[in-house]
Design a protein around this ligand. Structure first.
Ligand code: CP
Length: 320
């Protein structure tokens, strides 16, 4: 069994979800991220940790934050980075995901970071490749690095995760961000409440260890943080909340609603924000908002993930 400096194991070649990580593995990522954070404050924002490694960004769905953040993270670790635009690749000619992955691997690529519209796509790719696979969001399943950067930001702001009351409001049903946050936060001892209209709460979500409310005032009362999710109109146009205006009136986070919450409540959003639908601009840009700090912290978290999976995979390949 291999051990890191702080005696916690990291042996996985991939990062696919938080459901299958232990509390200790999540802690190790967050600790490693904390040690990488200062790199971005240096004049020369670079360390040689992944020098000689090649990282590919393979995104089958649109992304601003995640794709750029992974690219910046890999470059700050001195890796070479290739971005594949799937709309101009042979994916358009009907190539399967596994064939695409194997061809990328044949180019001696070390890590494939993939976003895909199908839940389970990252797991399938990882099982078929020796290269590391990092899940950058798969369908409605998980978005592990988003949850890790949310947790990193919460801990940085509030000093702990254990015992915190964290509410997640919005389109829970379609949200891979919600699922990853629930797995991660509950493993680290936070108490999670989810809030949405009935049609946007998946059945049996209580089995994940969360409290459910359909009342936004109830979700805000006593919460240390509220993570507000985007309404995903592109995924379920027919069944999403019938009126955007109605949603904002009933569930939108406004300055007035925040006045009934804890004074220092942390307001988060994974982005992109639908201003005036899930939250007002006043709140998004207000004193409680840490939305842009989340984006900044994403770099350190993704540096940690790339570093750990690359190290583990080197070990696996050498000891096979
Ligand atoms: N938070 C997030 O996943 O944003 P992007 O879709 O822009 O990557």
């Amino acid at each position: 069994m291999r051990r890191s400096n702080n005696n916690i194991n990291w042996t996985k070649k991939d990062l696919l979800d938080l459901e299958n990580l232990s509390k200790e593995e999540i802690e190790l990522i967050l600790q490693t991220a904390a040690s990488f954070k200062e790199v971005s404050a240096r004049e020369v924002k670079k360390v040689p940790a992944l020098r000689g490694k090649t990282v590919v960004n393979l995104f089958y769905e649109p992304s601003t934050r995640t794709r750029i953040s992974f690219e910046v993270a890999a470059k700050r670790l001195s890796a070479d980075v290739i971005n594949i635009a799937t709309e101009t690749s042979s994916v358009r000619k009907g190539e399967t995901l596994i064939d695409t992955g194997k061809n990328i691997e044949a180019l001696k690529v070390d890590i494939i970071i993939m976003r895909h519209n199908y839940s389970g796509a990252a797991v399938m790719l990882a099982r078929n490749l020796r290269a590391s696979v990092v899940n950058a969001g798969d369908g409605w399943h998980e978005h592990p690095t988003q949850a890790l950067l949310d947790m990193f930001t919460l801990r940085e702001k509030l000093g702990r995760l254990e015992g915190l009351n964290v509410s997640i409001a919005g389109d829970i049903a379609h949200s891979r961000v919600a699922r990853s946050n629930i797995w991660g936060l509950t493993k680290l001892g936070a108490k999670v409440t989810v809030c949405a209209p009935k049609m946007l709460i998946p059945p049996s979500i209580e089995q994940m260890g969360v409290r459910v409310t359909h009342n936004i005032e109830e979700a805000l009362a006593g919460a240390d943080a509220i993570n507000v999710l985007r309404m995903q109109f592109e995924r379920d146009k027919e069944k999403a909340f019938p009126s955007q205006l109605e949603y904002f009136k009933s569930f939108g986070i406004t300055k007035e609603r925040l006045e009934s919450a804890k004074k220092d409540i942390i307001v988060m959003h994974p982005g992109p924000i639908n201003r005036g639908i899930e939250m007002s601009s006043e709140v998004a840009d207000g004193a409680n908002s840490v939305i842009l700090e989340q984006v900044t912290n994403g770099i350190a978290v993704r540096m940690a993930v790339l570093f750990l999976v690359a190290q583990a995979n080197d070990y696996i390949k050498k000891n096979k």
